[in-house]
Design a binder for this molecule. Sequence first.
Ligand code: PLP
Length: 457
Amino acid sequence: MLGQTPLTNFQTRDVESLLHPYTPIHKLKTIGAVVMERGEGIYVYDTQGRGYIEGMSGLWCAGLGFGDEEMIEAATAQMRALPFYHIFGAKSSEPAVELAEKLKEIAPVPISKVFFTSSGSEANDTQVKLAWYMNNALGRPNKKKIISRIKAYHGVTVMAASLTGLPGNHNGWDLPVDRVLHTDCPHYYRFGTEGESEADFVARTAKSLRDLIEREGPDTIAAMIAEPVMGAGGVIVPPKGYFEAIQAVLDEHDIILIADEVITGFGRTGNWWGSQTLNMKPKTISAAKQLTAAYAPLGAVMVPEDIYQSYVDHSATLGSFAHGFTYGGHPLSCALGVKAIEIYQKRDILGHVRTLMPLFEQRLKKLADHPLVGETRFCGLVGGAELVADKKTKRSFDPKQGVGPEASRLIEQNGAILRAIGDTIAICPPMIITEAELNELFDRFEKGLDQAEAWVS
Ligand code: PLP
């Protein structure tokens, strides 16, 4: 059991050398890290020989699971041909162009150009810079603020973490920076009031956005960024009609909508894009993660022609488009992006996700009856179960009790990796999972929750 056995030599080396992201680093010397050695299909294996179903696709990203031979071959071929080149200063490479063309083909809205980054955070950071650049080009130098939402997760760079609406990403980090505004989180279960219908909740949320815009002044606001389904905020699926209501307010005030599709892109919700599932009509899109099925780091920003033209005009005045990352458009990552999309298409991964969705829904709905679970939420193959102290009143556990982390630890002991987001247990399996494997994953999930219930009481 974690925390009860002395650290192995390797775990000691790990503690002595690595600064781990999103880890209670003050406890690491006691708990040690689980050291993964290899992966195959939906399974990963640690150095102790234990196998786990990777029920989170790593970090919502390994949609094709591990060890896909076609991906490995594509990587090898690209490494041999051209292991690195950049696309700065009018240089280019075939994989970058091929991937940009593919993205234009499958985008949910008309897209003219694709800008590559190395991560989702960099994509969202770039979105903000591009919104500023565009409004400078259009002679609107004051239209610069960006609206995000409470509980949103947009990454960890200074601006992406500012857009993020989670206290842990702000407290202690001197964030958020100015020019960032946070509006309501569309979580009906938590923020709907007594007797309020979902439709009324949506109307109130849209009114709150309108009030914010009018208070700040529409001429000072460039864009609003939103994940179709909030992931790291606790898998929050907005109520029906939410994006239509929000979009109407934004359109009225000439504020563009940016879709953060970093988790929801490439089939996760049963369509290519979460925007399609949630009826969002974004002007620009951020993508990453399943873009390469996590076989290499890559992010992308997609923009339409009219916005692109504003960059062209502005660059003509300034001399150059002075933005770019050394590894943006990396040929290895782009070749893997091309291959991942090809696999999604030829193996009909979207069709497979849709086939699995009823079972995913049925198993999560069954979990909602568990004594520890207050609400389950899902969209496509991403879901969450929120653990509560009192099902009837929805009373949460004291965060100091650490019920969510303990539950995920117990689930892990049963051979399934899920993620505790506070007291919500998130589940986001590789899209290649079979029905039998999905049932096995939920069986392990339930077993861990039963043990967590015994631990709580
Ligand atoms: N946006 C969303 C919706 C995410 O879930 C994440 C990461 O989980 C990011 C952005 C940041 O991506 P990255 O970790 O690649 O910087």
